[in-house]
Design a protein around this ligand. Sequence first.
Ligand code: SAH
Length: 341
Amino acid sequence: MILDLSLKELEEYVLQLGEQKYRAKQLFEGAQALKELQEISNLPKSLKEKVQKDYFSYEVAAHLVSKDGTQKVAIRLADGSVVESVLLSYKYGHTVCVSTQVGCRMGCKFCASTLNGLQRNLTAGEILLQVLFFNKLLGGNLKERKVTNVVLMGCGEPLDNFDNVTKFLRLVTAEEGLNISMRNISLSTCGLVPNIYKLADDGFSVTLTISLHAPNDELRKTIMPIANAYKIDEILRACDYYFEKTGRRICFEYSLIEGLNDTDECVQELAKILRGRSCHVNLIPLNSVKEKKLLGVSRKKAYVIADKLQKLGISATVRRSLGQDIDGACGQLRNRVGGAK
Ligand code: SAH
């Protein structure tokens, strides 16, 4: 698919088609503006015919706007798979939350994305498409970019789709592309340790966000199957390595579940394991998922916990909860069959 290719790769591609190299730029700009092939007026018909089979296609299966302004789109891809993405608008810019897989195989007990397991990995171009979609919707283009930030926090585990995700990071940060800076990108993972090292070694300096959700392995195992594969200790060592390599402060997500991980002991233990590290804790009152029995804490309680952590020397804030009424908040994204709502 054309959006999987960098400008350089597109140049090789057009040469292979027997076309001139400069056509690549025209094709690149047209595709990244999400134009239909027919709409790219500076390309000859003969080239369009050759490119047609590799061009992208998608449909908007659903588009919802929350009362807080957050937007969610369900995009039906060429093979019929549906992916959900969210646009969060702030005073300082626009953030797109992208999905990296159709479904997810991590099996976290509180998350909607994993309910039907993993269907397939998304390609780099399919992840990029989600960002380009909102950039276009906001009236932006490659020269006048509207999307300022990207978070890999939608459906799927980004580090379980490492090659496509890193390719996406290269595409979205490319100077000739959307040119979004690495520091404006957050990648959230449940903690696939070997790939945290790989990300650092491959020179990616995105903000690494770890879904921790528990201060010890026993408790973590009850809600996150991945805890059976990697210990918190190993995750923290990988985070230290990532910090050394990139100088980027690590963010820890901690979704607060009533009566489970919100106790005083948990807060003390969390502070203890994170003490001395350059990090930030983002507290998220669990968002409700109708198939799940777990309950979130009140925002008031979350603020009390943030305060306790601060007093214990750990930087902590409560994440704003946006798009809850359109199932667009953390852990609520899924690949709805047919995109129906
Ligand atoms: N697979 C990646 C990306 C998902 S990002 C990861 O695990 O980090 C989504 C974030 O929301 C993760 O921190 C995830 O654990 C959290 N989350 C999942 N379900 C949630 C829910 N119902 N309420 C609040 N947060 C949730």
